[in-house]
Ligand binder design. Structure first.
Ligand code: ADP
Ligand code: ZN
Ligand code: ZN
Length: 733
C-alpha cells in the first residue's frame, strides 16, 4: 500500500500519514486530498510519499478523495513555500493553505468555471423599441442593460424573478460564455497606449538601460527621491517584460493600492491588469488566481499576499515602497516578509526583482553594501517637481494654539491666500488621547487594556484604540467625583475643529481611519482634495503615502516628538522615512514647496542630520550605529510572544523557553547568542490578556535558524492557558 503524507491547515508542526486506496493513481505533490480526521473530514495537501510511517500500520487510515489531478503549486512556488515554512518556523500546512484562495482552501474546484450569460434576443429588442415595457420598469432596465453588454447569470443586480419573466417571453436567452482562449501575449500587437509613455530624463534612462541590459536574476534597489520618476521606470521595464510575453507581479504596501495607482497602470497598458485588494470577494480572488495561472492576466497588482499568485510565465517582480512595514505579516499565522521571499522566489525563477523607494530600509541598503542587491539612484525630481525648503520650528517656550505655533499658522495663511493647499500630518486619531480629572489626575482608561481611552468629541464617546471597546463619556471622575474633566493632547478631530474656526473660509478634509471606515469615503475625500473643494488637509499615515496632490505647497508635521525617544530601535528609521514621505507631498507640480516640522527638540541629531543632509546621510549614520550595537541588519532576531488571561502564566512559559535556550547555549557552546527576557510586551495587556515576549539574537541567521529548528523538535511547552507564537525577523519589538 502506498503511504502519503499530508499537511493540514492546523497550527501544529506535524504532518499526517494516510494510505492511498488500492487502485488509486498516485496524485502529484501539491494536490489536495480529503482525509478523515477524528470524526471529521479535512482538506489536506499532499507533501510527501514516505517509505515508512511512525504510525502503527493498523492505525493508518485511507484518504477519502483526491481532489486535484494536478499540483496547485508550480515547482518554484512549492520550493519557496517549503523553504519559508522552515525559515519562519511555521507549520507547513498553514503556509501552503495561506497561499491558496479561500474557495480552494474549502475544497472547491480549481478549474475555471464557464459562465452563463444573459443576452437580449431580437424579440427583446423589438419589445424595447415598441414601448410595450413602459409599465414594467425593472424589465425595461434589464433589457437596456443587456443592450450594452451581456450580464452574468446569478451575478448581476437584477432579481431572479425579473429574468424568469423576461425568459418566459423569449426576450432574453442564456448562452455559455466563450472562454478567452487566446492569451494576450499571442494576440496583443499594441501593448502600450500611445501618448502615455514619457520620454525619460538622463538618470532614468541610465537606470532603465541597466535594468534592460541585465539578463536573468538580479535584485535591484531603485533609490529615488519622491517624484523622481520611479514609477515611470517600473512602467517601462514592465513594458519590456510584457513584450517578451512574460507576466508581471507588482507588490504595493497596504495603503498604496489606491484607485489612482491602479488607474495609472490600466491607462498605460492595453492588456489585462488585475488587482488583488481587500474589497474583493472570495469568487473574485479565485478568478484572479485562475486568470494569472492560465496566463490571461498580464499584470497582477496586489499587497503582501499577492506574492502567492501563480503565474503561467512570470518575468518580473516589482516591489514599490520596499521599506514599508506592511510587507511583513505582523500577526496571526505565519509571519513572513513578502519582500525577502520575493527576492528568493525571483532567484529561483531566474527573473529580476525591482524594489523601489525614496527611503530604502536599512536592511536593503545593507544588502547593497554587501553586494547582494544592485543599486540604482535617482537624485532629482522628474517632470515639473521642484525643490523643497525645510524648516524646524522650536516649540519650547512658544505660544502654541492647540499644538500649532503662531509661525505655522501664519505660514498656513500665506499659502492658503495664494490659492494653494496645506497638509498637516498628525498621527493620532480622535479629539484627544487622554481625558483626565483636573482635581486629582485620574485618567479614563480601558479596563481591558490598561491604556487611556481616546476621547471623541463629536460622538461624545471614549474609544480604546487597542481593543476597539467604547464607553460613554463619564460626567464625573471615578476617583474623587469631581466634574471637572479635561482633555490633554491633540488628535486629528480637534485639529480639524480648531482650524475650521481659525480658517472658516477654507474647506477642510480630514483623512484617518475614522473618517474613511465606510466604503467609498476615502475616494470621496480624495476627490474633494483633487477638485480643490478642500484646501486644508489633515491626516494620519493614510494621507502621507503615495497620493499625488499637485496643489499642496506647505506640509507640516505637527508633533512627532514621541518617536524621537521610543524604545524600539527602528523608531528613528521609521521617523526618517515618514518625514521624507510626508515632505514629498509638497511641491509636486512645479510650485515651490515648504516643509515644517514642529518639535521641542530641534537639536536632536536625527533631525539635524535628516534636514541638513537628507535620508541617504541619515541611513549611513544609522547603519553605523546598528553595526556598533550589533542590531539588525547586523544580527538576526527571533521574537516569542505569549499571551494569557492569567498574568503570570505567559511569563512562566517564556521563562521555560529562556532556560531552554540558555542551556542550549552552554551545551552547544554557541557564543554570541543573546536571550533577552521574558519582558512585558510594549502593549502589556490587551483585551484582558497579558502579553509577554522573549527575544533571541545572534549575529548569524543560520545559527539562529538551526537553534529554532532544534527547539521546535525538542521542546513542548506545557501551558495550556498560554497562546504563543514565534516571529522570525520581527519588525515590531
Ligand atoms: P515616483 O514614483 O518616483 O514618486 P513618478 O514616476 O510618480 O515618481 O513621477 C513623478 C511625476 O513626474 C509624475 O507626475 C510623472 O508623470 C512625472 N515624470 C516622471 N518621469 C518623467 C519624465 N521623464 N518626464 C516628465 N515627467 C516625468
Ligand atoms: Zn478626580
Ligand atoms: Zn481596550
Amino acid at each position: 500500500m502506498q503511504l502519503v503524507r499530508v499537511a493540514l491547515a492546523l497550527p501544529l508542526m506535524r504532518l499526517f500519514d494516510y494510505l492511498l486506496p488500492a487502485g488509486q493513481r498516485r496524485p502529484p505533490l501539491g494536490a489536495r486530498v480529503r482525509v478523515p480526521f477524528g470524526r471529521q473530514q479535512k482538506i489536506g495537501i499532499l507533501v510527501d510519499f514516505p517509505a515508512v510511517s511512525e504510525v502503527e500500520p493498523s492505525q493508518l487510515k485511507q484518504l477519502s478523495v483526491v481532489l486535484d489531478q494536478q499540483s496547485l503549486f508550480a515547482t518554484e512556488m512549492w520550493h519557496m513555500l517549503n523553504w519559508a515554512a522552515g525559515y519562519y518556523q511555521a507549520p507547513l500546512g498553514e503556509v501552503l493553505f495561506s497561499a491558496l484562495p479561500s474557495r480552494l482552501r474549502r475544497g472547491e474546484s480549481a478549474a475555471e468555471q464557464t459562465k452563463i450569460l444573459w443576452k437580449i434576443t431580437a424579440l427583446g429588442r423589438q419589445a424595447l423599441s415598441g414601448g410595450e415595457l413602459s409599465r414594467m420598469k425593472k424589465q425595461q432596465e434589464a433589457l437596456q442593460a443587456l443592450c450594452q453588454a451581456p450580464l452574468e447569470k446569478g451575478n448581476n443586480t437584477f432579481a431572479t424573478s425579473i429574468w424568469a419573466k423576461l425568459k418566459s417571453k423569449d426576450w432574453v436567452q442564456e448562452v455559455i460564455e466563450e472562454a478567452d482562449i487566446i492569451p494576450w501575449h499571442q494576440s496583443a500587437a499594441n501593448i502600450v497606449n500611445p501618448g502615455e509613455r514619457l520620454s525619460l530624463n538622463k538618470q532614468q534612462a541610465l537606470a532603465l538601460s541597466q535594468l534592460i541590459f541585465h539578463q536573468g536574476f538580479a535584485a535591484w534597489l531603485l533609490e529615488g527621491v519622491t517624484g523622481s520618476g520611479k514609477t515611470e521606470i517600473y512602467l517601462q521595464l514592465i513594458e519590456e517584460t510584457l513584450k517578451k510575453g512574460c507576466q508581471v507581479l507588482v507588490l504595493v504596501p497596504e495603503i498604496g493600492l489606491t484607485p489612482q495607482t491602479l488607474q495609472r497602470f490600466r491607462a498605460r497598458f492595453s492588456l489585462p491588469v488585475d488587482a488583488l485588494h481587500s474589497e474583493l470577494n472570495d469568487t473574485q480572488r479565485l478568478q484572479v488566481w485562475q486568470r494569472a495561472r492560465s496566463g490571461q492576466s498580464a499584470i497582477v497588482i496586489g499587497t503582501r499576499s499577492a506574492l502567492f499568485t501563480p503565474f503561467e510565465r512570470l518575468g518580473l517582480i516589482v516591489i514599490d515602497e520596499e521599506h514599508d512595514p506592511s510587507f511583513k505579516q505582523q500577526e496571526g499565522g505565519w509571519r513572513y516578509h513578502a519582500r525577502d521571499l520575493a527576492v528568493l522566489y525571483a532567484k529561483q525563477q531566474n527573473i529580476p526583482v525591482l524594489m523601489g523607494s525614496a527611503t530604502p530600509s536599512l536592511e536593503s541598503l545593507h544588502n547593497v553594501a554587501r553586494g547582494k542587491y544592485r543599486h540604482l539612484v535617482l537624485s532629482q525630481r522628474a517632470g515639473s517637481g521642484s525643490r523643497l525648503s525645510h524648516q524646524l520650528i522650536d516649540l519650547k517656550g512658544r505660544l502654541v494654539h492647540k499644538g500649532l505655533s503662531e509661525t505655522l499658522l501664519r505660514k498656513m495663511g500665506e499659502h492658503l491666500e495664494k490659492g494653494n493647499q496645506v497638509l498637516l500630518f498628525l498621527n493620532r486619531r480622535g479629539f484627544a488621547p487622554v481625558l483626565l480629572c483636573h482635581e486629582c489626575g485620574w485618567m479614563a482608561s480601558c479596563p481591558h487594556c490598561d491604556k487611556t481611552y481616546t476621547y471623541y468629541h463629536h460622538q461624545r464617546i471614549l474609544r480604546c484604540h487597542h481593543c476597539g471597546g467604547q464607553h460613554r463619556v463619564p460626567m464625573q471622575c471615578r476617583d474623587c467625583g469631581s466634574t471637572h474633566l479635561i482633555t490633554t493632547g491633540l488628535g486629528t478631530e480637534q485639529l480639524e475643529e480648531m482650524l475650521s474656526s481659525r480658517f472658516p473660509q477654507f474647506g477642510i478634509t480630514r483623512i484617518d481611519r475614522d473618517t474613511t471606515a465606510r466604503k467609498g469615503h476615502l475616494e470621496q475625500h480624495l476627490s474633494d482634495i483633487r477638485q480643490g473643494k478642500s484646501r486644508i488637509l489633515i491626516g494620519t499615515q493614510m494621507l502621507a503615502k503615495g497620493h499625488h496632490f499637485p496643489d499642496v505647497t506647505l506640509v507640516a508635521l505637527v508633533n512627532v516628538d514621541s518617536a524621537l525617544f521610543s524604545l524600539d530601535f527602528r523608531a528613528e528609521e521609521r521617523l526618517a522615512q515618514l518625514y521624507v514621505q510626508v515632505a514629498g507631498r509638497a511641491g509636486r507640480a512645479g510650485k515651490p514647496g515648504e516643509v515644517i516640522l514642529q518639535t521641542h527638540y530641534p537639536e536632536h541629531p536625527l533631525l539635524q542630520l535628516l534636514l541638513q543632509q537628507g535620508y541617504p546621510a541619515f541611513a549611513r549614520q544609522a547603519l553605523l550605529q546598528r553595526q556598533s550595537m550589533g542590531l539588525p541588519p547586523f544580527s538576526a532576531q527571533a521574537l516569542f510572544h505569549a499571551r494569557s488571561r492569567n498574568e503570570a502564566d505567559g511569563e512562566k512559559m517564556l521563562q521555560q523557553l529562556a532556560d531552554y535556550f540558555l542551556q542550549s547555549k552552554r551545551e552547544k557552546n554557541i557564543s554570541g547568542l543573546e536571550v533577552l527576557g521574558p519582558m512585558p510586551a510594549p502593549l502589556a495587556k490587551k483585551s484582558d490578556q497579558f502579553r509577554w515576549q522573549l527575544l533571541l539574537q545572534h549575529p548569524s541567521k543560520g545559527v539562529l535558524q538551526h537553534l529554532l529548528t532544534d527547539f521546535q523538535s525538542h521542546f513542548e511547552p506545557k501551558f495550556s492557558s498560554v497562546r504563543w507564537s514565534l516571529d522570525v525577523d520581527p519588525l515590531d519589538l
